[in-house]
Design a protein around this ligand. Structure first.
Ligand code: GUN
Ligand code: ZN
Length: 432
């Protein structure tokens, strides 16, 4: 059934420039496969006459915007947000691995998955590339719950067969068998996608990394999801373990783990040869600024990424990251962009920050034109934002004289209170 929504409307063009209609109209409807997509979008004056049959819901004073895309998050790390540590490696050992060992229990994994999706949607995130744990039960819980809610989500079982404690360490051969079974079960089912997920090179044997690369070649439209060059001690460790690689990143190339739809979190301690390799292989970086600030990991080089045309987008990295909120992540990215800035002006324009967490993130995931935008053809997962959700937001947004000023006000002052509704197009289809 065709549905139309009238309010201010934020979209992005193919070049990433924002398009904003103060009085906009978004028309959605199911395609031949029953998937709800944007049929038309633009100013109410231009679009409404083309759809005399559409039933219009009017939200005066509200803003329609694409659902946010979180390029890197760990659903089992919900409960260790804010766990203090000297840095990444002690944080993994003291908090993360013990916490993740609980996900061998299917009931625990199920309850956490349910909370996780409630929270993502409450914060306006409609797609997330997600780490589960090494336990297949965690993956079943993740996909089962996402399927029940008809979401577009990507996730996978963590591979970690060495340098990991009992309770999370998996076994090489079985881990690859489990991964392939999960790919067959979930990849391409409804709106779900599988990510082959070696935790990071130091916790996988050569045999496991090789097997992961073979699966990535066999199932070429799956994602690959891992971490790289986050923390100086980690980089040093990877160099000791893989002395023949040119750099830490180069370890992954050697195992066939860089290609389109490969996503590496952090990518901080890189040189231009690494960035060039990312670009040439169409591999994407998931930039996780609240995590990098919290764990003291370092500062992602946005200028370097743009200079070398390296695909990148924004991510929370909860639980290293401190917030599910895309507004908090965008603001932290703005701060991070200040570090090492050589050009005068804003570190990152507000519309650029927003693009990096929506259409730009979708592009980095190889899903441009499918999600993260509200152009015709995109899946209709969108947000209704309330720019007067708090007294200060109301005061500040009323004074905005340009789109950039408005978006900056939302980024700086916004959080979950801005998200009045998260609309999952598919649920409309089920109801129709
Ligand atoms: N590197 C390896 N595992 C992890 C993890 O769980 N979180 C972060 N931030 N970095 C990692
Ligand atoms: Zn991470």
């Amino acid at each position: 059934m065709k549905k139309a929504y009238r309010a201010a409307l934020l979209r992005f063009d193919d070049a990433g420039a924002p398009q904003f209609d103060q009085d906009g109209l978004l028309v959605t409807g199911a395609d031949a496969q029953g998937r709800v997509r944007v049929l038309d979008a633009g100013s109410h004056a231009a679009v409404a006459p083309r759809h005399p049959d559409a039933e219009i819901t009017h939200w005066p004073g509200r803003i329609l915007a694409p659902g946010f895309v979180d390029m890197h998050i760990h659903f089992p790390q919900l409960d260790i947000i804010g766990a203090p540590a000297d840095g990444l490696l002690p944080w993994l050992e003291n908090y993360t691995f013990p916490e993740e060992s609980r996900f061998a229990d299917a009931a625990h994994a199920q309850a956490a998955a349910s909370f996780f999706f409630d929270e993502l949607l409450r914060q306006g995130v409609t797609t997330a590339l997600t780490f589960c744990t090494s336990h297949p039960a965690s993956v079943e819980a993740f996909f089962g719950e996402a399927q029940r809610r008809q979401l577009r989500m990507i996730g996978g079982k963590v591979l970690q067969d060495r340098h990991s404690p009992d309770g999370v360490r998996d076994q090489t051969e079985q881990s690859l068998i489990d991964t392939e079974a999960l790919i067959r079960r979930w990849h391409g089912t409804d709106r779900l996608g599988y990510a082959i997920t070696p935790r990071f090179a130091p916790t996988s044997t050569d045999a496991q990394l090789r097997g992961a690369g073979e699966l990535a070649a066999k199932y070429a439209d799956t994602w690959i999801h891992s971490h790289v060059a986050e923390n100086k001690d980690e980089v040093q460790w990877a160099r000791e373990l893989f002395p023949r690689a040119r750099s830490y990143l180069d370890v992954y190339t050697g195992f066939g783990l860089m290609r389109e739809r490969a996503v590496y979190a952090h990518c901080i301690h890189f040189d231009d040869a690494d960035r060039q390799l990312m670009h040439e292989t169409r591999t994407a970086a998931a930039v996780s600024p609240t995590s990098n600030l919290f764990l003291g990991s370092g500062f992602f080089d946005f200028e370097g990424a743009q200079r070398t045309h390296m695909l990148h987008g924004l991510a929370s990295d909860v639980g290293g990251g401190t917030s599910f909120s895309p507004f908090h992540t965008m603001l932290a990215a703005y701060y991070i962009g200040r570090e090492g800035q050589t050009k005068p002006g804003l570190s990152l324009k507000p519309s650029r920050l927003w693009w990096l967490h929506t259409a730009g993130a979708a592009q980095a995931l190889g899903l441009a034109g499918t999600l993260g935008n509200l152009q015709p053809g995109c899946e209709a997962d969108f947000l209704v934002l309330n720019p007067v959700a708090t007294p200060l937001l109301a005061r500040k947004t009323a004074r905005s004289e340009s789109l950039e000023e408005l978006l900056f006000a939302l980024i700086v002052l916004g959080d979950d209170r801005l998200i009045e509704r998260t609309v999952i197009g598919q649920q409309g289809a089920a109801a129709a």
